[in-house]
Design a protein around this ligand. Structure first.
Ligand SMILES: N=c1c2ncn([C@@H]3O[C@H](COP(=O)(O)OP(=O)(O)OP(=O)(O)O)[C@@H](O)[C@H]3O)c2ncn1[C@@H]1O[C@H](COP(=O)(O)O)[C@@H](O)[C@H]1O
Length: 110
């Protein structure tokens, strides 16, 4: 999984200076952070709606499709801010084995 995210992250980085007419990613980089964040918000909402629908219909295909759109647009956001997908993966690896309840308790004790 990390190979795909890293490879896609590299392609998205390379698109920063590409022609917006021939590349969707380049067109978003050129439009800037606000447009990218608008797309991330839109795709988040669509993923949530797909998940709610899946409970009723039992169809998970749209959840997979919309979550892929969300992850893809998050990668564009990260690239625009010069953050590598590896940095997110490293953070998840750092958290491995630490219960969210324990982590929250350690924060509230400070
Ligand atoms: N994984 C993706 C990917 N997922 C989704 N999308 C596009 O993301 C867009 C956003 O979806 P929407 O339904 O919101 O599209 P829209 O209505 O056209 O968008 P708006 O006009 O509302 O902004 C669609 O045009 C999808 O085709 C993607 N476009 C590209 N990639 C990858 O990125 C690479 C580089 O793409 P280009 O920069 O276009 O060459 C590709 O080779 C792929 O590997």
């Amino acid at each position: 999984m990390s190979d795909i995210l890293q490879h896609l992250g590299q392609i998205i980085d390379q698109r920063k200076n590409a022609d917006a007419k021939s590349s969707y990613v380049a067109s978003l980089h050129h439009k800037g952070l606000n447009k990218i964040l608008e797309k991330v918000g839109e795709e988040s909402f669509e993923a949530v709606l797909a998940a709610k629908d899946a409970v009723i219909s039992g169809n998970k295909d749209d959840v997979i499709y919309e979550t892929a759109d969300l992850w893809f647009h998050c990668l564009i956001m990260l690239s625009h801010l010069d953050i590598k997908p590896e940095e997110i993966l490293n953070e998840l690896a750092r958290r491995e084995g630490v219960s969210g309840h324990d982590e929250k308790a350690s924060r509230t004790q400070k």
